[in-house]
Design a binder for this molecule. Sequence first.
Ligand SMILES: Nc1nc(=O)c2c([nH]1)NC[C@@H]1CN(c3ccc(C(=O)N[C@@H](CCC(=O)O)C(=O)O)cc3)C=[N+]21
Length: 290
Amino acid sequence: MSAAIIDGKAAAQALRDRIADEVGRFRSATRRAPGLAVVLVGEDPASAVYVRSKGKATIAAGMESFEHRLPADTSEEHLLALVEKLNHDPTVDGILVQLPLPAQIDESAIILAIDPDKDVDGFHPVNAGRLATGLPGFVPCTPLGCLKLLQAALGDLRGKEAVVVGRSNIVGKPMALLLLGADCTVTLAHSRTRDLPEVVRRADIVVAAVGRPGLVRGEWIKPGAAVIDVGINRTEGGLTGDVDYPAASAVAGAITPVPGGVGPMTIACLIRNTLVAAARRDGHLLPADL
Ligand SMILES: Nc1nc(=O)c2c([nH]1)NC[C@@H]1CN(c3ccc(C(=O)N[C@@H](CCC(=O)O)C(=O)O)cc3)C=[N+]21
């Protein structure tokens, strides 16, 4: 069997088109545009590429983009002061501080300083707690994008066996909570999991988010399973995911490629979260399924 390829680029474009429509309605109703502030400290080339595509997507959706580029030797105090200014800026609905940050800056101190209601990354512990307890808040963009791809590919996820490989705060943990919220039976596996191949073998849904190229082997995949590859690893052969794609795609029912899978959905969900932030601030109603 050969898997259906889940086209993340097309799904992201469709979501971005819907968001642009809703932004038009928001602007007519409120006479203002949603605004996203993106902060980049230093000049890591990969980060600069992501920040540029975020800015382009924001503007294409009819939103305002505010980019703040700071030198690599920026102090924590300086960055905290900028975050505080953005928290109080009424034209800014969403704040994203690109990670990783240089070593002299404590990432968790910066995340804690962002107003949770402008935290469109969903990284603030208040938003993590809201997700864990089922309260409205912001969900991290990458796992939200994965959930949307799974729902588009499979429809209802109720009762499915889902295995998430990787327990990071930004992907693995929120992914497990989202799948639980969709009524999956969820296993959160990690580097200390005993017999990972056997655990993955029972999954109807596999989400790989470990940052190790090709870690998930084709023989681990249950025939017909849906495989979501969150990994973006730069290797000599180019970009590769955390899944051995050639082997897994021969067995899976559906699979995301890298690139062109989860990555584009991450950006679409960022502008989605920014519109949601603006709508909540102004009491503007959005479609429930956006
Ligand atoms: N505060 C913060 N929030 C983030 O969401 C965040 C971050 N920091 N730091 C870096 C990571 C990485 N990230 C990606 C977004 C889009 C693609 C993407 O669109 N990738 C394309 C192209 C990949 C390429 O060619 O480099 C693809 O997979 O098809 C990838 C990676 C967001 N991140």
